[in-house]
Structure formats: C-alpha cells, structure tokens
Design a protein around this ligand. Structure first.
Ligand code: URP
Ligand code: ZN
Ligand code: ZN
Length: 458
C-alpha cells in the first residue's frame, strides 16, 4: 500500500509546481501530476497546502550539561517539539568535557538519543582540548558518521582551543574531506571584559552584552577564516549575529574561499533590548554570542536573501527561567546560556516569506536543502525526489498561532516570543513515510528516530 499526497503545491529550493507525491514504505517513489491511487492506497489531500522537504536543524544542544545543570529538552521532548515545528532531522553536538575520549562521548550521545529520538538525528563532534590522542580518535569519529567537527574560540576555561590546534585540525579536516565548524568569539578578550565588569559590581543580565561586543565576534570570524585560508581548508561559521562577522564571511567568499555561514532565528527577531528588560527578565535572552541591534538584524536578513548566509539553524539550548536561568540571579556569569527554538524556526523564518524578505524557495534552501548538502545528508534528506526519504512537511500558509510557551511543546517554562502571532505553520509532518504530527497532535513514537551516519562532502 502506498501513500499519495495529492493536490498540493510542491516547493523545493529551486521550483514551485503542482504535483502529487507517492510514498512507498520509507521513501518517495514518484512525483508527478495526477498520480492515480491503486486500491488500498491512502490518499492525503493537500489542497491549499505547500509540500516541502522536512526541515533540517543542524545546530541543537539536547540534554547538554552546562554549569551544573542540563539543557531542559532531552532527545525525546526536543525532537518531538522539532517535529511539531516541521523539522524532521536534527544534528546535535556531541560535547565532551576536556580529557574525555571522543568516541566515549559519541557513545554517551547515542545513549541519550536511544529510545527517545522521535525523528532522525545526526551528530557533530566537538574538539575541546589539544591532547595528541585527539587526532588519533578523529579517524574513528569520521568512520562513525561525524564528518563535521566543532571548535570554539570562546570559553577559554572549558571549550576553547588554541589557534595552533585549530590550524592543525583544519589541515587534517581538509585532507579527510571533513568540515570544521566554529563558534567565533574572542574568548580571551571576553574573559578579561567579564572580569572587569564583574569587579565593578555589575551583575545584572544586561552586562552580558558589554562583555561580548560584536567587534570580538568579527575578529574571531576573520581569524578563523584566515586560519582556514592558510591551509586551504573549508570552514563553517555557526550562529553569525552581526555586520562585523558578515563582512568577514562576505569578503572571504568574494576571494573564492569555501566559507559556510549560519544564523539563527533569535538573531533575526530579537535584539539586545530584550536583555535590558527590568529585573532579571533579561536572563531569558542570554545566549552567546548575544542578541545584537536592529541594524545587525537588517544586515542578516539582507545576507539571507543575497546568499551570504547559507543556513538557518536554531542553536536550541533551552533552560527554564525558574530554577535554571535563576542560577545566575546574583551574577550574570552564572546564567546558563542558550535559548529555546527547535520548534519555532520554520514558523519564524516563514514570516520573512510573508513580508517579502525571502522567497518560498529560498526558505526551503535555508531550512532544509542547504543544511543537508553542507552536512552530507543529500540525496537522502533535504529534497523531494524519488528515492529520498519521505521526510515531508505539509505546510499550511493560512494557519495562525501565537508563540507562547503554553502553546508550544518544548520542555521549557517560557518563550522568547511570548505574544508573537505568526501565520504559516505545519499541518502534517511525515518522517520516513510515517505521519508523526497531525496538526495539534503528535502521532509518532519516541525511539523511532534513527542515527544518520553522514559522509565527508568536501
Ligand atoms: O549560548 C549558547 N549559544 N549556548 C549554546 C552553546 C553554544 O555556544 O553554541
Ligand atoms: Zn556556540
Ligand atoms: Zn551551539
């Protein structure tokens, strides 16, 4: 028995056209006009709906241990919320502590997802120390399906590695076809600013902004690109927030360098003003790099439309306001950093389609096809085509909802977008041919999501 999605409008990264989609088992078997159902086939009427490849969120931190607590979404609650928002694949960051074996950490992350993931998932590996054995372990990391390696130029006490180690890693990655992706902020300078701000007794959430100026994101972005250029390696810059970083990316690309860049919805919709809210409210908006200005937002939207940014991912890293963000009530340095977003990514970016900032096709490229291409998931994910996994999103451009915490499904006690009304939301979501979300109802099963072994693409 096949499933036929009939009467919808297909939207891919390059085309919009009327056609039906036949699904056999877990895969798309045919796309064409007027597909005739055979006896016993299930026909899903997609009249008035857009049919798109399911979203791919290439930047999540599920169940991440941070500062004595854990991100409040685990693989079950987080991937279920992702599905509610139209995302059918996440790529989470394996995050070893210094000294941990990379493959041991990989097994820990597989354990976190086991029996819980509601949609398919991949993993990136993070390298947070410079032990010589790290390089021995990296071949196994690639073989285990993680050709994307994350490094940090921030958080010197826990995650940052030196420029020398980054150079060595980039050189290794370029030989192996792997991609190094980087959190770009100048950690040493930020530590110094943080120390001097705290020494003046400035402990409220808004001082997080003063400690992490945009110019230090621009500096680190430029430096990372220079290191990549020096050894002729590609590099990805995650969560780009500001003009300074965008300028670095744009000028590198103009020189023909292979630089990929991502931004996140919170940088497109929220500004630093949220951190300046009275009392402790600003803690809800603490993430790194921090929220920036309206001018930076404008630059990011322009870059999305112009092709200077490749993907929109979430950096989903939620902490409850009560009990978790409150750990930093008396000191902004103790507020766990990160925002919830795994569920709201597509709905937020779609508002950019509605107001003419990006096209529907660019939307699909940014949330699905480009993340699949960059992360080695094509041709299985990120496209609608025969033989691709039937990860399909039926999108209702007329559906409206308010992005309040009690409407959403993420396991967190607040929403950064409280009161914000959006138009355009998922109607149905299929993961490998199985209906997992039907409007307001989750009909999938925890644990059905499979690990995606990815391959090097560079
Ligand atoms: O504040 C953030 N973004 N937390 C998540 C970890 C990271 O730096 O991406
Ligand atoms: Zn980061
Ligand atoms: Zn992150």
């Amino acid at each position: 028995m096949s499933k036929i999605i009939a009467n919808g409008t297909i939207v891919t990264a390059s085309e919009t056209y009327r056609a039906d989609v036949r699904i056999d088992g877990e895969r798309i078997s045919h796309i064409g006009k007027g597909i005739a159902p055979a006896p016993g086939d299930e026909v899903i009427d997609a009249s008035g709906l857009l049919v798109m490849p399911g979203g791919i969120d290439a930047h999540t931190h599920l169940d991440l241990p941070v500062a004595g607590t854990h991100a409040s979404d685990d693989f079950e609650t987080g991937t279920r919320a992702a599905a509610f928002g139209g995302t059918t694949t996440v790529i989470d960051f394996v995050s070893p502590a210094r000294g941990d074996g990379l493959m041991d950490s990989y097994r820990v992350w597989r354990g976190k997802a086991e029996g819980k993931a509601c949609i398919d998932y991949g993993l990136h590996m993070s390298v947070v120390d410079e032990r010589p054995e790290v390089f021995d372990e990296l071949d196994d990391v690639i073989d285990a399906g993680m050709p994307t390696i994350k490094i940090y130029t921030a958080y010197p006490a826990t995650l940052m590695i030196s420029d020398g180690a980054i150079l060595r890693l980039l050189s290794w990655a370029s030989k192996r076809g792997a991609l190094v992706v980087a959190h770009a902020e100048n950690g040493g300078a930020i530590d110094e600013l943080t120390r001097s701000i705290a020494a003046q007794g400035k402990t409220a959430p808004r001082f997080h902004l003063d400690a992490r100026p945009a110019v230090l994101e621009g500096e680190a972005t430029n430096r990372l690109i220079a290191l990549a250029e020096a050894v002729d390696a590609p590099i990805g810059i995650v969560h780009v927030t500001c003009r300074e970083a965008l300028n670095a990316v744009r000028s590198a690309r103009q020189r023909g360098l292979d630089v990929f860049a991502e931004t996140c919805p919170h940088y497109l919709y929220l500004t630093e003003e949220s951190l300046k809210a009275p009392g402790f409210e600003g803690a809800k908006f603490i993430c790194s790099p921090p929220l920036r200005t309206r001018d930076d937002q404008k630059a990011l939207w322009h870059a999305l439309a112009a092709g200077d940014l490749d993907t929109v991912s979430t950096d989903h890293c939620p902490f409850n306001f009560h009990g978790q963000k409150e750990l930093g009530l008396s000191d902004f340095r103790k507020i766990p950093g990160g925002l919830p977003g795994i569920e709201t990514r597509l709905m937020l970016l779609w508002q950019g389609v509605r107001n003419g900032r990006i096209t529907q096709n660019r939307f699909v490229e940014l949330v699905s096809t480009a993340p699949a291409r960059i992360n080695g998931l094509l041709p299985r994910k990120g496209i609608l085509a025969p033989d691709a996994d039937a990860d399909i999103l039926l999108w209702d451009p007329e559906r409206e909802l308010t992005l309040d915490a009690d409407v959403l499904h993420m396991n967190v006690d607040y929403s950064p977008y409280e009161g914000m009304r959006v138009k355009g939301a998922p109607a149905k979501v299929f993961s490998r041919g199985e209906l997992v979300v039907d409007g307001e109802t989750f009909v999938g099963t925890p644990g059905r999501g499979r690990y995606l072994k990815r391959i090097p693409t560079n």
